[in-house]
Design a protein around this ligand. Structure first.
Ligand code: ATP
Ligand code: MG
Length: 259
């Protein structure tokens, strides 16, 4: 059974999609079978994986509304992971599902049918705690939280931690925090250092050792529809996500040994 990770933070522009695409590519490069789920109507993870979102006839939208089977929506990307693509149509899902029963378990049910085929399923959530994100959090085994080390980051984080706790009480008792990922990190910034320290005090070893630096290659790669690994393998950004993939695999081995 694949491990299902929701990459989430209700704050916008913190590196969720960059993490989803580059981690998917890195795990695939390490011979793991990966499905990336684009749960954002912006469709950035879809485009960043080299799939034209406008050309997708079947998307996560059709999946959530029960208009398509999961196997028919999955596409192969040039970067060797699979994807459930999304485009702006997905923005309508929330309204259209409003009267439907079990509307927050739609994704979970769809993924259950294919989870056996994958080592990892990574879900790129939109920047909101809405019904789409809720579907991601209900489907997931754990959340990965990318964040920028700035003052307001900690405030948003406590809301997210509360949400995870509430989900555990009702909709998803097994939901864990896999880890917090420092993104766009600038070690010359005193504030970044202070926030990183506070993070470690609060969350201890839940903070990944891997730090993703601010790196222009990570920002450039999506416009070519490729992950940084393919665009410039030697860049600090590509290397950081390879390191993160390694850390994730080691954590899994540790967890398996303890179980
Ligand atoms: P949204 O909340 O809108 O979905 P997001 O959290 O998915 O945003 P990204 O789209 O991954 O964030 O990143 C926001 C912007 O920052 C993008 O232009 C991206 O290319 C850039 N970016 C992300 N990570 C880095 C990095 N480590 N170094 C430099 N630029 C980065
Ligand atoms: Mg995004």
């Amino acid at each position: 059974m694949g491990k299902i990770l929701a990459i989430t933070n209700q704050k916008g522009g913190v590196g969720k999609t960059t993490t989803a695409v580059n981690l998917a590519a890195s795990l695939a490069a390490m011979k793991r079978k990966v499905l990336l789920v684009d749960l954002d109507p912006q469709g950035n993870a879809t485009m960043g994986s080299g799939i034209d979102k406008r050309a997708c006839k079947q998307t996560v939208y059709h999946l959530l509304l029960g208009l398509a089977e999961v196997g028919d929506v999955i596409l192969q990307t040039p970067s060797k992971h699979d994807i459930l693509p999304a485009n702006r149509e997905l923005a309508g899902a929330e309204v259209e599902l409003v009267d439907e029963e079990n509307r927050e378990v739609r994704l979970k049910r769809a993924l259950a049918k294919v989870a056996e085929r994958y080592d990892f399923i990574l879900i790129d959530c939109p920047p909101a705690l809405n019904l789409l994100t809720l579907n991601g959090l209900v489907a997931a085994d754990a959340v990965m939280i990318p964040m920028q080390c700035e003052y307001y980051a900690l405030e948003g984080l406590s809301d997210l931690v509360q949400t995870v706790k509430r989900l555990r009480q009702h909709l998803n008792p097994k939901l864990e925090i896999e880890g917090l990922l420092r993104t766009m990190y600038d070690p010359r910034s005193t504030l970044a250092l202070q926030v990183a320290n506070q993070l470690q005090q609060h969350f201890g070893d839940k903070v990944y050792r891997t730090v993703v630096p601010r790196n222009i290659r990570l920002a450039e790669a999506p416009s070519y529809g490729v992950p940084a690994l393919e665009f410039d393998k030697t860049s600090k950004g590509a290397q950081a996500y390879l390191q993160l993939a390694g850390e994730l695999l080691r954590n899994q081995e540790k967890q398996a040994a303890q179980a």
